[in-house]
Design a protein around this ligand. Structure first.
Ligand code: AMP
Length: 451
């Protein structure tokens, strides 16, 4: 169902800075982990929008010359992540359109849950679509809205969509940032050092451009950037937070703060909780790099078992065209991770990863560690079993491919060939992120969907 939709991605917006597109470019660099399929930037010089988008990593899509053509003091950017299937450049963002009020560009992180329904209605009314992205729905909704001003059209449009959206819109003179009422995906506001503002999916983008964190864009809030004024806040929806807990588990960079907390600290806490609920006698704790690193540090500190780097990761293997089949995925794990034999040989090893999705990675890792001479391999996972697909922007396979939806923990342990396997439970996970109320979406672990 998801293959062509707008999956986990990053968005950024820069407003009120002479080198807006350059800052957007640097920000996208630090958000590259959220999507490696394609990258794009639209800028506005006040009269006209300029857009460049292409498949590939940020560094390959842009160069000095290209950035020069993206002139103006406002720019929005996007890195795209997609699963198998559509490799069309049309599906890269920003999505750009000319309409009766002028020009507009949009970037989107999240998944709309009523995208098909909205699209079908628009098609019945004569709309023609160029891409498979649900983001294109918004362009049509804005263009067709009966409201006169763009801001009212945006409000009108977002009231017709459901699901997860962290959005940034750019017109010739204004920028708008909007988060869905649940705040599924993160979006933060920062101040640039020499005037102007930045909004970005993660705060690690702020650090790179020297911006200071102001606050998160609130769930249901629309921020309007215009002239030299402070951004104006409009409450479009009553906020009912349901932040994606998987941002803490896997997605976000450890040096970011999302939903008001340090990702690194949350992950380390998960490791500590895991050490308490699933202790084991062992000689060494090792992470599956990079995702398992902070929780392995937490596990080691709490258990007193020495932490070592037992697996080396090759960072130069990006997402490649070979991914879609299972056989090729197996090969890719081999290309990516190699064992440090000296650390592992004859040792009882606790290996920590952030999640098990299909089970391919863990199976390969356990086999690799045993081949390198480990006497025992105990797999510890710093999140609960992933049993249900995500409809709000995380790229998860269908339920029949989620190993924990089809096997018990004992069966998975057997399948991956480990001496023991244990997951974090939901209560411990929520404790690790200081959850107070019901503010997190844990549907991928519980199947309890809210939208
Ligand atoms: P699998 O082999 O399918 O069990 O994948 C598990 C590995 O994929 C773990 O090491 C995770 O760090 C990583 N992972 C978890 N969720 C995702 C995701 N949405 N996209 C890409 N990788 C993921």
């Amino acid at each position: 169902m998801h293959d062509n939709l707008n999956e986990k991605c990053a968005v950024v917006g820069i407003f009120g800075h002479q080198e807006a597109s350059k800052l957007a470019y640097f920000s996208l660099h630090s958000l590259q982990h959220r999507g490696q399929e394609a990258a794009g930037i639209s800028s506005s010089d006040g009269k006209k929008l300029h857009t460049i988008k292409k498949r590939g990593l940020v560094m390959r899509v842009f160069d000095e010359e290209k950035l020069k053509t993206l002139s103006g003091s406002a720019a929005i950017g996007h890195t795209r992540y997609s699963t198998a299937g559509d490799d069309s450049i049309l599906d890269a963002q920003p999505v750009f359109a000319r309409y009766d009020l002028g020009e507009m560009a949009i970037v989107h992180n999240g998944n709309l849950t009523n995208a098909e329904e909205v699209r079908n209605k628009l098609i019945q009314k004569g709309a023609i679509f160029q891409t498979f992205m649900d983001t294109e729905n918004l362009i049509h909704l804005i263009a067709k809205s009966e409201q006169e001003k763009l801001i009212d059209r945006i409000i009108d449009a977002v009231q017709r969509i459901e699901g997860a959206f962290s959005l940034v819109f750019l017109s010739r003179t204004k920028m708008f940032a909007m988060r869905d009422r649940h705040g599924f995906r993160p979006l933060s506001l920062g101040k640039l050092p020499n005037g102007g503002y930045i909004v970005a999916s993660e705060t690690c983008a702020f650090d790179l451009v020297g911006a200071t964190f102001v606050r998160d864009v609130e769930p249901g809030e629309l921020l309007v950037f215009s002239g030299a004024k402070e951004p104006k806040s409009i409450k479009v929806f009553e906020p009912t937070p349901k932040h994606c807990i998987f941002e803490y588990v896997y997605f976000a960079r450890p040096d970011s703060s999302v939903f008001g907390q340090s990702v690194y600290k949350a992950r380390k806490e998960m490791g500590k909780e895991l050490a308490n609920i699933a202790p084991v006698e062992a000689d060494v704790v090792i992470p599956v790099p990079d995702g398992g690193v902070p929780s392995a540090i937490g596990y080691a500190q709490e258990s007193g078992i020495p932490y070592e780097m037992g697996i080396m990761r090759n960072h130069y293997i990006g997402r490649t065209f070979i991914e879609p089949t299972q056989e090729m995925r197996d090969l890719k794990v081999k290309m990516k991770l190699s064992p440090m034999t000296d650390i592992i040989k004859d040792k009882r090893v606790v290996v920590i990863d952030d999640s098990i999705v299909r089970g391919t990675t863990s199976r390969r890792i356990v086999r690799m560690l045993k081949e390198a001479g480990a006497s025992e391999v105990h797999m510890r996972v710093s999140s609960p079993p992933t049993t249900d697909p995500c409809y709000y922007g995380v790229d998860t396979p269908d339920k029949d491919k989620l190993i924990a939806a089809n096997m018990s923990t004992e069966e998975i342990c057997d399948y991956i060939g480990a001496d023991s396997l244990a997951y974090l439970d939901e209560a411990s996970l929520l404790r690790s992120v200081n959850a107070k109320n019901d503010e997190y979406c844990t549907a991928c672990f519980t199947g309890k969907y809210i939208v």
